[in-house]
Design a protein around this ligand. Structure first.
Ligand SMILES: Cc1cc2nc3c(=O)[nH]c(=O)nc-3n(C[C@H](O)[C@H](O)[C@H](O)COP(=O)(O)OP(=O)(O)OC[C@H]3O[C@@H](n4cnc5c(N)ncnc54)[C@H](O)[C@@H]3O)c2cc1C
Ligand SMILES: NC(=O)c1ccc[n+]([C@@H]2O[C@H](COP(=O)([O-])OP(=O)(O)OC[C@H]3O[C@@H](n4cnc5c(N)ncnc54)[C@H](O)[C@@H]3O)[C@@H](O)[C@H]2O)c1
Length: 461
């Protein structure tokens, strides 16, 4: 049995930098990865989707070029080329990360699947079929999540797609049915609509993006529908079946009415399940919740001292920047021997539809549910100079302000580059700036951020 100081399982956005930095700090470290270096973000998530969304935006701009006074007589979407471009970006990110790991002294990479045999001992089924037994004082689990498939009658009889397999599907769907109405459904839905597919989104909740305020969700729905996407909310899918070659038939109710939909392809985008099964956690004292997520405390430690879990596999917000921040917290605790915790850290995020939805802090609903005395600032993008000049007037900016302290509690920025505008507000929140300070701050003209002056002017009594 080979003995290490630390074993990191999974090379996601947390595991890769953590393994590298532990080794650089002098820890004899092993990194176990069963698939590709880089994990979900690089291989199946952020990188490939954002690369393809950029192509979809180009197609959209060309198809609407008349609005800018430019005539383009013809254009064609070449999905194979788009996938090729996406693969080039993914491969460059993956091989860059792999090279960085390979040249790190004190780091052993094991390409295989890890399973616990005891609290601090693991068996790795290597890709060449052999087995390696390893142990360490510290085991750090970063095994991520996989698409969740809901229990719907007939779903197992059809060749459904997931966010992973759709990325390499070289046939443009004539009609893409999408189950789910959150980030994955909306980013892929708009992307494929812009590539030329007919798209229908089927969501079980009463609104898209069920965690967001209803006015934000309604505006997103309006924008998607204006782009030609059909949306069913409050949907209950009764049955799915293959109804002949390339025809998928779905029976559902939505809004109290029965519907029969037919499509050429089906994307299942109903959330993700943690990758904990293969780990054989029953050989350890590590416990999971009812959904299989590993239970950790605010310091990311499981019930077994020395075993930690971080990133998506621990549950909570599933974003790359959260997995990355988890690794920084672990480094502080393990290497620097300092106090650090995930408690009360900001959780910004951005949905990469067009326009983007940048989000930070409390929603209006969350603030009201907490009984806070708030003011709500809201500015339509139709009143923003930069948006009018560039022709991006869909959406609005909204901020929640504490009526007593004038401090900003949260924001939803639904506009072109909404993620970046949200990040400016995130820094303002962290710095403790007031709404009045932002209303009076000098921003360069004509930027989207300049409109923060006008956004906060909407709540002046
Ligand atoms: C389509 C899509 C788009 C997304 N877009 C965004 C976005 O724009 N912004 C954003 O912030 N987030 C986005 N996300 C979420 C983001 O990708 C994840 O939150 C992030 O990748 C989680 O990283 P992680 O380090 O927890 O795990 P992962 O990146 O999932 O890595 C886990 C790794 O562990 C390996 N592994 C699992 N089990 C074992 C085992 N037993 N032995 C060895 N190795 C194992 C896996 O092969 C994998 O490589 C997106 C996700 C998807 C699916
Ligand atoms: N831009 C980003 O940051 C980004 C982009 C994509 C994914 N992600 C991450 O990936 C994770 C997974 O995303 P997701 O969109 O799959 O999951 P999600 O958990 O956010 O949403 C799943 C949606 O599917 C719906 N649903 C579940 N079962 C259904 C059914 N039977 N019929 C109809 N609808 C059903 C739910 O009500 C929910 O709206 C997210 O947690 C997110 O953090 C992030």
């Amino acid at each position: 049995m080979k003995k290490f100081d630390a074993i990191v399982i999974g090379s996601g956005q947390g595991g890769t930098p953590l393994a590298k930095k532990l080794a650089k700090a002098g820890w004899n470290t092993a990194l176990v990865e069963k698939r590709f270096i880089g994990g979900t973000c690089v291989n199946d998530g952020c990188t490939p989707t954002k690369s393809m969304i950029a192509c979809a935006k180009t197609a959209y701009t060309i198809s609407h070029s008349q609005e800018w006074g430019i005539t383009v007589s013809d254009y064609k979407v070449n999905l194979e080329k788009i996938i090729e471009r996406k693969n080039e970006v993914v491969n460059s990110f993956r091989s860059g990360a792999e090279r960085g790991l390979q040249k790190t002294e004190g780091l052993t990479i094991l390409y295989g699947e890890a399973a616990f045999t005891g609290d601090k001992t693991l068996s790795v089924k290597l890709k060449d079929g052999s087995q390696e037994e390893i142990s360490a004082d510290y085991v750090l689990i970063n095994t991520g999540a996989l698409p969740k498939i809901p229990d719907i009658t007939g779903i197992d009889t059809i060749p459904y797609l997931t966010s992973t397999t759709l990325l390499d599907n070289k046939t443009l769907p004539s009609h893409l049915l999408i189950i789910g109405g959150s980030y994955i459904a909306l980013e892929f839905g708009q992307m494929f609509r812009r590539f030329g597919s007919q798209v229908t989104i089927i969501e079980t909740s009463s609104q898209l993006l069920s965690r967001e305020d209803d006015d934000v969700a309604a505006e997103v729905k309006k924008i998607l529908e204006a782009g030609g996407i059909t949306v069913h909310t409050s949907a209950n899918i009764k049955k799915i079946e293959q109804a002949g070659n390339d025809v998928i038939r779905m029976e559902l109710t939505s809004g109290g009415q029965s519907h029969i939909l037919t499509g050429s392809h089906l994307l299942v985008a109903t959330g993700r399940d943690p990758q904990t099964k293969a780990l054989q956690l029953d050989k350890t004292g590590v416990s999971t919740d009812d959904n299989g997520y590993i239970k950790v405390n605010d310091k990311l430690e499981t019930g077994v001292p020395g075993i930690y879990a971080f990133g998506d596999v621990k549950g909570g917000p599933a974003f790359t920047h959260i997995a990355y921040n988890d690794h920084l917290i672990l480094l502080k605790i393990l290497v620097d021997k300092k106090e650090a915790s995930i408690k009360d850290r900001p959780v910004p995020y951005c949905m990469f539809t067009d326009p983007q939805l940048g989000r930070i802090g409390l929603t209006e609903k969350e603030a009201r549910d907490k009984g806070l005395n708030i003011k709500v600032a809201c500015l339509s993008m139709e009143k923003v100079a930069r948006a009018i000049e560039t022709g991006h007037t869909q959406g609005f900016m909204k901020a929640i302000v504490d009526a007593g302290t004038d401090k900003i509690l949260g924001a939803a920025i639904l506009c072109e580059e909404g993620g970046d505008v949200m990040s400016v507000l995130q820094m303002a929140i962290m710095a403790g700036f007031t709404a009045t300070q932002l209303r009076e701050m000098v921003f360069a003209h004509p930027l989207y951020t300049e409109s923060l002056n006008n956004l906060f002017a909407t709540i002046v009594d």
